[in-house]
Design a protein around this ligand. Structure first.
Ligand SMILES: NC(=O)c1ccc[n+]([C@@H]2O[C@H](COP(=O)([O-])OP(=O)(O)OC[C@H]3O[C@@H](n4cnc5c(N)ncnc54)[C@H](O)[C@@H]3O)[C@@H](O)[C@H]2O)c1
Ligand SMILES: [Zn+2]
Ligand SMILES: [Zn+2]
Length: 374
C-alpha cells in the first residue's frame, strides 16, 4: 500500500530544521505484514529526543530511515501466525521488539532482547528485512516502529494491546516517555517510599521519572534543568526543590540542601555534564541511574575509589527496564487513577507536515511531548 511518512535521508543537518527540512514527507510503498507481523494505522506519535538525536547525528543510524518510535494506533491487518491480536484492536508500539526466546527475554528483561537489539541497529524488523520502499529502494525502520507515518508494519512483538477507551494521543506516550521515565524509577532503581530523589533533565522522560518518584512516595524530589520554565513546571508536578544547572554552584547547593546528596539521582538529559552532576549529587551508598543517550564517543570518568569506598551504584536504564506486557497496562491504570498524570506532559498536537518545526521546538527545550496526529 501507499503511505505518507517522514523520511530522514541524511544524518547531521544543521538547525533550524524548519529551514533545512531534514525530514521529508514522502509517499512510500509499504509491504503487507509478513508472518507474525501486523499492519497498524498510526493515530498518534510523540516526538522524543532519541528521534532528534538520529537527525543530529548524536545517535548514528543507517539512512534513509523512517523515524518515529513512540506511537499508538489500530490494528488493520494481521499477518500469518498472529492469533492473539485482531483487526480493530488498539495497540501501543514499543521501541524494542522482544523475541521471547533469547537469554535476556528468558530472564524477564525484554528491553535487552538480543535479536531485538540487532534488528533495531540494522533498521530492520525483528524477522529481518525492511517493508518500506521509496522509488524501489529500501528505507530503514526506526526501532522496529517508524511511526511518523499514517501506517506501519511492525512485528507482533513490538505491540501491546490496550484498552480502547484510552485516547490515542495519551496512549502514544506510554510507548517511550512513560515506560522509560517511570520504569527507571519503578524497575531500574526501585525507589523506596521515604527516599530522596533528584531528576536531572526535565523533558518527557525526566518528568515521567519525576511524577513516578512522587507516586512511589519519595519524600524529597530535587528537579534540575537548564530552563527556569521547566523547573517551575516541575514544582507543580511535585518537585520539592528546584535547581538550575547553569549555576556553577549547583552541585554544592544540592549537596548542602540534601545533607550530602540524594538516595537516587536520575540523569534524563542525555548529556555528559548532566551525568557528572547526577554522580556528584548522589549520596554515599546511593544510586545514580541514567537513561540519557549522549553521543557514543562521550566518556564518563569517575574515581573507582569513590565507587568502592562509598559503595556507590551506577546503573543504565533502557526502556525503563520494563516488561512492556506487564508494565504498560499497570502504568495506564496508575494514570487513570490520577497517580501518574502523564497527560500534563503533552505540549500540543501537530500535523505530519509541520514535523521539522516541531523538532526545532524540542531541540530548544521549549516543549515536553509534542504529538503528531493522523
Ligand atoms: N534509555 C532509554 O530507553 C531512552 C528512551 C527515550 C529517550 N532516551 C534519552 O533520554 C534523554 C531525554 O529524552 P527526552 O525526550 O526527555 O529529551 P528532552 O529534550 O525532552 O528533555 C531533555 C531535558 O534536559 C535538559 N538538559 C539538557 N542538558 C542539561 C544539563 N546539562 N543539565 C540539566 N538539564 C539539561 C533540557 O533542557 C531538557 O529539558 C535523551 O538522551 C533521549 O535520547 C532514552
Ligand atoms: Zn523515545
Ligand atoms: Zn529476546
Amino acid at each position: 500500500m501507499k503511505i505518507r511518512a517522514a523520511i530522514l535521508h541524511e544524518i547531521g543537518a544543521a538547525p533550524p530544521y524548519a529551514s533545512t527540512q531534514p525530514l521529508k514527507i514522502e509517499t512510500l510503498d509499504l509491504d503487507a505484514p509478513g508472518e507474525s507481523e501486523i499492519l497498524v494505522q498510526i493515530k498518534a506519535a510523540g516526538l522524543c529526543h532519541s528521534d532528534l538525536s538520529v537527525i543530529s547525528g548524536d545517535r548514528p543510524r543507517p539512512a534513509p530511515m523512517a523515524l518515529g518510535h513512540e506511537a499508538a494506533g489500530i490494528v488493520v491487518e494481521t499477518g500469518a501466525g498472529v492469533h492473539d491480536l485482531e483487526v480493530g484492536d488498539h495497540v501501543v508500539l514499543v521501541f524494542v521488539p522482544s523475541c521471547g526466546g533469547c537469554v535476556p527475554c528468558a530472564e524477564g528483561r525484554p528491553a535487552l532482547c538480543e535479536p531485538g537489539a540487532q534488528s533495531n541497529l540494522a533498521g530492520e524488523l525483528l524477522n529481518g528485512g525492511r517493508r518500506l520502499h521509496l522509488n524501489g529502494s529500501e528505507v530503514h525502520h526506526h526501532l522496529g516502529v517508524s511511526a511518523f507515518a499514517d501506517h506501519a508494519v511492525v512485528s507482533r512483538r513490538s505491540a501491546i494491546k490496550i484498552d480502547k477507551t484510552l485516547p490515542f494521543v495519551e496512549a502514544a506516550l506510554f510507548g517511550c516517555a512513560v515506560i522509560t521515565g517511570a520504569g527507571a524509577v519503578f524497575n531500574t532503581a526501585r525507589v523506596k517510599a521515604g527516599s530522596s530523589v533528584a531528576v536531572i533533565g526535565l523533558g518527557g522522560v525526566g518528568l515521567n521519572a519525576l511524577i513516578a518518584a512522587h507516586a512511589a512516595g519519595a519524600r524529597a524530589i530535587i528537579a534540575v534543568d537548564l530552563r527556569d520554565d521547566k523547573l517551575a513546571f516541575a514544582r507543580e508536578l511535585g518537585a520539592t526543590q528546584i535547581f538550575n544547572a547553569r549555576n556553577p554552584d549547583c552541585a554544592d547547593e544540592i549537596r548542602n540542601a540534601t545533607r550530602g546528596g540524594v538516595d537516587y539521582a536520575f540523569e534524563m538529559a542525555g548529556s555528559l555534564p548532566a551525568l557528572e552532576l547526577a554522580w556528584t549529587i548522589t549520596r554515599r551508598g546511593g544510586e545514580t541511574v541514567t537513561a540519557g543517550l549522549p553521543h557514543p564517543d562521550k566518556r564518563l570518568s569517575i574515581p573507582p575509589v569513590q565507587l568502592v569506598g562509598e559503595e556507590r551504584t551506577l546503573k543504565g536504564s533502557y526502556l525503563g527496564s520494563c516488561v512492556p506486557l506487564r508494565d504498560i497496562p499497570v502504568y495506564i491504570e496508575l494514570y487513570r487513577a490520577g497517580r501518574l498524570p502523564v497527560n500534563k506532559l503533552m505540549s500540543g498536537l501537530a500535523p505530519l507536515d509541520e514535523i521539522n518545526g516541531a523538532f526545532d521546538r524540542l531541540a530548544a527545550g521549549e516543549t515536553i511531548r509534542q504529538i503528531i496526529t493522523f
